[in-house]
Design a protein around this ligand. Structure first.
Ligand SMILES: Nc1ncnc2c1ncn2[C@@H]1O[C@H](COP(=O)(O)OP(=O)(O)OP(=O)(O)O)[C@@H](O)[C@H]1O
Ligand code: SF4
Ligand SMILES: [Mg+2]
Length: 328
C-alpha cells in the first residue's frame, strides 16, 4: 500500500502561537506577535517535510511546538493520533522516545562539561535502556568509539553535529525535528551531514521535519515542502511541484533570490511592490488581506483587504494566493 495513504505519524491542526511583548519601556500597551497562524500539516512514515522561509517567519516556533517545548495558543498536534498537549504524562512516554530534536547550533546544545559518551548516552540513562549500544551509535554517525572520552570543544563543528544526531537517534525515533541542522556549519561539511541524515533515514525509516532557510538544502532533503511566510504556510506540495511549478509569488521570490538557482520567473528579489520582511506584530492591517501584498509583484486590489485561503491547485499541492484562485 502507498505509504502516503497510511495514517500520518505526526500531524498539526490549525496551530497558532502568539507572544505578548512589551512595546517599549514607556508604553503600557503590550504588542502581540503572531508567530504561527493556523498552520496544519501531516508527516508520514519515512518522509521529509521541508519547512522553508525567511528569518522570523515562525519556523522555530512551529518546531518547538511539535517538540512540545512550547504550547500552542490554539490548535492541536498529534503523534500517532495522540493529542500531545491533551495527553497525560504516562501516555506521552512513546512520544518522548519517538520524537526527537536536532538543534541548529551543535555547540550550544551540548553540555561542555559532559564527555561525548555521556552526551550521546544520556537518552539511554533517562529512559533506563541498559542495553543501549553507545559504541554502535557513535560508529553509525561516523565517529569512532574511542572519541567518547573527549569533550565537545575537542570536536569540529561537523563532528559536534554528529554527536547531536547520535543523541537524537539513540532511542530509535520515528520523527526527528531538525531545525537548521547545517546552517552553522561550513559549506564543505554541510553535504556530509545532510548525507548522513539521509542514510539514517533510509536505515531507520525516519520521518523528518526539516527546517532551513536555504532553498538548495530544502530541495536536496525534502519529499514535500512547506513554504512559510508571516507565520502561515503559503504553499505546500511535493518537491517536484514546488521546485518545478512554484505558484506562490513568495516561493518564486525565494528561488529567484538564490544565485545560480534559477526559478521559473526570472525575476529578482525586491522586484515586487515593496521591500522587507513582514511584520508579525499586531498593528495596522496585519490581520486584513494577504500578508505578502506589500512585497508582491502580482498584487491585486482586493489582496489588501481579503486574506487568501490555502487552497488545492493539484493533487497534494496547496497555495494561498488570490492569483492562483483566478488561474484555477
Ligand atoms: N519567546 C518569544 N517571545 C516573543 N517573541 C518571540 C518568542 N519566540 C519567537 N518570537 C517571535 O516570533 C517570530 C518567529 O520567530 P521564530 O524564531 O520562530 O522564527 P524563525 O523562522 O525560526 O527565524 P530564524 O530563521 O531566524 O531562526 C519572531 O518575530 C520572533 O521574534
Ligand atoms: S494574494 Fe495577492 S498579494 Fe498575496 S501573494 Fe497572491 S497576488 Fe500577491
Ligand atoms: Mg529559527
Amino acid at each position: 500500500m502507498d505509504e502516503l495513504r497510511e495514517a500520518p505519524v505526526l500531524s498539526a491542526r490549525r496551530i497558532c502561537k502568539s507572544f505578548t511583548r512589551q512595546r517599549h519601556v514607556f508604553s503600557s500597551a503590550p504588542e502581540i506577535c503572531h508567530a504561527v497562524r493556523e498552520v496544519s500539516f501531516e508527516i508520514h512514515a519515512g518522509e521529509t517535510l521541508g519547512l522553508v522561509g525567511e528569518s522570523g517567519c515562525g519556523k522555530t516556533t512551529l518546531a518547538r511546538m511539535v517538540a512540545r517545548i512550547e504550547r500552542p495558543s490554539s490548535g492541536n498536534i498529534y503523534y500517532r493520533g495522540l493529542d500531545i498537549f491533551a495527553a497525560k504524562k504516562a501516555e506521552l512516554r512513546p512520544y518522548r522516545q519517538k520524537v526527537q530534536y536536532i538543534f541548529q547550533d551543535p555547540y550550544a546544545s551540548l553540555n561542555p562539561r559532559m564527555s561525548a559518551g555521556a552526551i550521546v548516552g544520556e537518552p539511554f540513562r533517562i529512559h533506563e535502556r541498559r542495553d543501549g549500544d553507545l559504541d554502535g551509535l557513535l560508529s553509525m554517525v561516523g565517529l569512532s568509539p574511542e572519541q567518547k572520552h573527549r569533550y565537545p570543544h575537542e570536536f569540529s563543528g561537523g563532528q559536534r553535529q554528529r554527536l547531536g544526531i547520535a543523541r537524537a537517534i539513540a532511542l530509535r525515533p520515528e520523527v526527528v525535528i531538525a531545525d537548521e541542522p547545517v546552517s552553522a556549519l561550513d559549506v564543505s561539511v554541510q553535504a556530509q551531514i545532510l548525507n548522513l541524515l539521509k542514510d539514517l533515514q533510509d536505515r531507520f525509516h525516519l520521518s523528518y521535519l526539516f527546517i532551513s532557510h536555504d532553498m538548495g538544502v530544502i530541495r536536496f532533503m525534502s519529499d514535500r515542502v512547506a513554504v512559510m511566510y508571516g507565520g502561515r504556510i503559503v504553499e505546500i506540495g511535493v518537491n517536484e511541484a514546488i521546485f518545478g511549478n512554484p505558484l506562490h509569488p513568495y516561493t518564486r521570490m525565494l528561488m529567484d533570490a538564490v544565485p545560480g538557482f534559477s526559478g521559473p520567473t526570472g525575476k529578482r528579489e525586491g522586484e515586487g511592490g515593496g521591500e522587507g520582511a513582514v511584520s508579525l506584530d499586531d498593528g495596522e492591517k496585519s490581520e486584513a488581506g494577504c500578508l505578502f501584498w506589500p512585497r508582491c509583484a502580482e498584487v491585486l486590489p482586493y489582496c489588501r483587504e481579503t486574506a487568501p485561503e490555502l487552497a488545492r491547485v493539484a493533487e497534494g499541492h496547496l497555495v494561498s494566493c488570490h492569483r492562483r484562485e483566478k488561474d484555477a
